[in-house]
Design a protein around this ligand. Sequence first.
Ligand code: EPZ
Length: 421
Amino acid sequence: MDKFIIEGGVPLTGEVNISGSKNAALPILCSSILADNTCTYTNIPVLRDISTITEVLATLGMVIECPDNGCIVIDPRKLGSYEAPYDLVKSMRASILVLGPLLAKYKKAKVSLPGGCAIGVRPIDMHLKALTKMGADINLSHGYVMAFTEGLKGTRIVFDTPTVGGTENIMMAASLAEGTTVIEGAAKEPEVVDLAHALMAMGAQIDGAGQSTITIDGTTSLSGLEYSIIPDRIEVGTFLIACGITRGDLVLKGARADHVVAVIEKLLEMGIAITHRDDGSLQVNGKQEFRPIHVDTVPYPGFPTDMQAQIMALACVTPGTSSITENIFENRFMHVPELVRLGGRLEEKGHTVIVQGVDQFQGASVMATDLRASASLVLAALNARGMTEIRRIYHLDRGYENLDEKLVSLGARVQRVRGGL
Ligand code: EPZ
């Protein structure tokens, strides 16, 4: 398994291009199941989770070509299987997003239950309850979701708490259902909106995406499309913090500042200088004195849980006492003991971590445990005095495109060592 060796203490300077959003691309690639002909997607990030979802779609019989970097062309007309197998779904839970499209288009699906993951149990009860209400007959058997329907029917779906994947699965299912579906308590993330835009480009009738009530008028067929994915807002947030934690000076090209308002607000509060340039890029400077921060992760448009580990690393080298509360997932603090190994002073108190700022992290050997935790360790290593070794970097490769190469282009001293334990 690959590891990073990072020599910290170098201020990052220069320009970095933001890649396409993993969490927008995954549901949009699954929506190709609904199409009657070829779908062409661009600005798709080249990373492990994308490879996994294309493997799932190929397993269903879809013809997938990657004519060049960032472009995926899918011909859905050869689909002949309705089973997403355990071996693939266990490695990438977002594979559950084929369930709604398969039911809507082919009236059947056999999808492995995703199982838990490092950050929590992550059930799919809300997905299944909503599809059942739309007329699906769903049974759990031998670790699989066995789903059939005579035909999905539009109805009113109420989510007690917002679910990104649940909203996406139902929006896709409702696009080909008979009649109108109203989703109340819908997730408002930009990735949900991007999926709605892709579905609408295929001919779906969707109103209210990005708000808490989404209305979908089902149609009888959906065409192929050409579509470019939005930039990755979590990568934007990660580089904003990389600039702050190294006292650097960066320009983020291709960022959508309107997708990271809550993150920018918090970082401005901490003392990082962030300005919007006329060309839409973000200029960021981390040379000011930082101030401690209090963060609560909440559904969009609030501060995102996917940025919790990263801002915690910054808080560790910010004078004073900060607090970070995780309200979305029940086990998303596995980076805490690793940050302690790097010299951070952190104390877990239930869903909150209290951070006492120190001057600088100290290099050490640490272990990545999940995608955003590994980003947090990279950020800490970039700040640290001396060398840091981060093992199991495959977690990072799931969700960041060429992060090591991008950091090196900004002056960071990062070496990827391939193979080994
Ligand atoms: C999406 O996961 C993202 N993944 C996650 O990003 C992100 O952290 C999460 O939304 C929250 O923003 C993708 O988009 C591929 P949820 P998802 O359904 O859809 C509970 C990353 O790092 N819940 O909004 O799985 C659930 O356990 C990943 O890129 C149920 O109880 O998240 C969680 O506590 C990590 N029952 C909360 O709701 C359900 O049926 C929010 O989950 C569904 C969810």
